[in-house]
Design a protein around this ligand. Structure first.
Ligand code: PLP
Length: 470
């Protein structure tokens, strides 16, 4: 792709003061397109990486470089890129019924079938589905349903939601507020909104000093009990959590955590809302993180991403009988929904995506490959820059530290993680730095050989980072 010198680019002075070569397409990108989760000054200086086409686990950018996608997009491209069956199903459905609204007692067959399939796949008791279009909308729907439920149940004082530090539940004002990274609230708008309380994450490596992971799992779960007692159980509506925390830095809870959390929620009649947006559809080696972590009966569950392998924007809130029966019997009209809820094309794509996953035993393969992947992750523990490694199925966190023995983190300002992800990208691997934790979550159709390729590049990137910072 030809690159223009800075002086050749119209309006360049208006958009950047940094003298870097940038392509014409990057310039057009800078001029009009505001990207999500992006530092615009940096983007305007460097230009974006423009992806051109993709196949399987590989993406080619407009410079012709091939990148192995260690991130499955944003943890969503479960079946990898370029699956013709999904494109064909979408085209057929677009020709048959391109859109169907689902408000006002209207429905369509793909959405009905998908609801049936999701009920079959998800944990028992989640027998009802509310369709949405993104993880944020699915979580926002959970939040509305929690409040609706307690109002209908005659306990309107049960209003407080407990969420966790380092949680990520989305990008709307309410789901940003549920998320546990204070930097997200800096755009203002009254975030975090009132009525949300927070407990620490079950992050054994940083918070569990002096305890075994098993002991710490119980300690961390009891922070929930302490918070409920502090607030009064009569005021607490729900506990919101991801089975493992992905975007918060790859935090995997000890085995003792989830059973104890469920005991506490039952004891104090606090609804359990599980965010499976990233952990769902095979990431952990089971269909849902709930199965992997022994979460038996959530009251509500948000699913997205892998539901269509992101070939179409679609998500859903799974609703338990306990909540749905009250809505149906006593609720009257539920004033909530989106123009594209239950979109027939999205539903047809989701059904085909699930059919392929079942036919090709993608989840079973992910569990099997997860062992090989996990061995690679474990082998990085001896790297001088690596303080802790964590993996589950085809998900991993590799935490970089300044001092391995004393568990001292790097100064954030050094942006060591960003340096490492740039080194990886130079070698042809997309991985993500969350602070200084490097995360990997490739498409579930990755092969053993491609996993070896990912980890060869990861080790190289770590070596280069170690040379730069040691
Ligand atoms: N919940 C979790 C656990 C996520 O990882 C994400 C996105 O990464 C979301 C919610 C938000 O989903 P979306 O970006 O589709 O709104």
């Amino acid at each position: 792709m030809p690159r223009l010198a800075r002086q050749e680019i119209p309006h360049m002075n208006e958009i950047s003061t940094i003298n870097s070569p940038i392509t014409a397409l990057q310039l057009r990108d800078n001029l009009h397109y505001l990207h999500p989760f992006t530092d615009y000054a940096e983007l305007h200086a460097e230009g974006s990486r423009i992806q051109d086409h993709a196949e399987g686990v590989y993406i080619w950018d407009t410079d012709g470089r091939r990148i192995i996608d260690g991130l499955a997009g944003l943890g969503c491209v479960t079946l990898g890129y370029g699956r013709k069956e999904l494109a064909e199903v979408a085209a057929r459905q677009m020709q048959k019924l391109s859109y169907s609204q689902s408000f006002f007692k209207t429905s369509n067959e793909p959405a009905i079938q998908l609801a049936e399939k999701l009920v079959e796949l998800t944990p028992k008791g989640l027998n009802h589905v509310f369709f949405t279009n993104s993880g944020s909308e699915a979580n926002e729907t959970c939040l509305k349903l929690v409040h609706r439920y307690w109002n209908l149940a005659g306990k309107p004082d049960k209003r407080v939601i407990i969420a966790r530090a380092q949680a990520y539940h989305g990008s709307t004002i309410a789901t940003t507020s549920l998320s546990g990274n204070p930097v997200f609230y800096t755009s203002g708008g009254g975030m975090p909104i009132s009525g949300i309380e927070r407990i620490e994450a079950p992050y054994w490596y940083l918070n569990g000093a002096g305890e075994t992971p098993e002991e710490f799992g119980l300690t961390a779960a009891r922070w929930l009990e302490d918070k409920i007692l502090e607030l009064g159980a009569e005021n607490v509506a729900a506990f919101f959590a991801e089975p493992f925390q992905g975007a918060g830095g790859a935090i995997l809870p000890p085995d003792t955590y989830w059973p104890e959390i469920q005991r506490i929620c039952r004891k104090y009649d606090v609804l359990l809302v599980i965010d499976e947006v990233v952990s769902g559809f095979g990431r952990t080696g089971k269909w849902f993180g709930c199965e992997t972590f022994g979460i038996e009966a959530p009251d509500l569950m948000a699913i997205a991403k892998g539901i269509t392998s992101s070939y179409f924007p679609m998500s859903a809130t799974m609703v338990s009988d306990r909540i749905a029966s009250l809505l149906i019997e006593k609720g009257g009209e539920f004033y909530h929904g989106f123009t594209n809820s239950g979109h027939p094309v999205g539903a047809a794509v989701a059904l085909e995506n699930i059919r392929i996953m079942e036919r090709e035993q993608v989840v079973e393969n992910a569990a099997e490959l997860g062992k090989h992947f996990g061995e690679h992750v474990a082998s990085l523990a001896d790297h001088p820059l690596v303080g802790n490694v964590r993996s589950c199925g085809l998900f991993a966190g590799i935490q970089l530290v300044a001092d391995k023995d004393k568990r001292v983190l790097f100064d954030e300002a050094l942006r060591v993680g960003d340096h490492c992800s740039t080194e990886a990208l130079h070698r042809g691997l997309a991985l993500r730095a969350i602070g200084d934790t490097m995360t990997l979550m490739p498409p579930l159709i990755i092969t053993r050989g491609q996993i070896d390729e990912v980890f060869a590049m990861t080790r190289d990137a770590l070596d280069a980072t170690a040379r730069a910072f040691k």
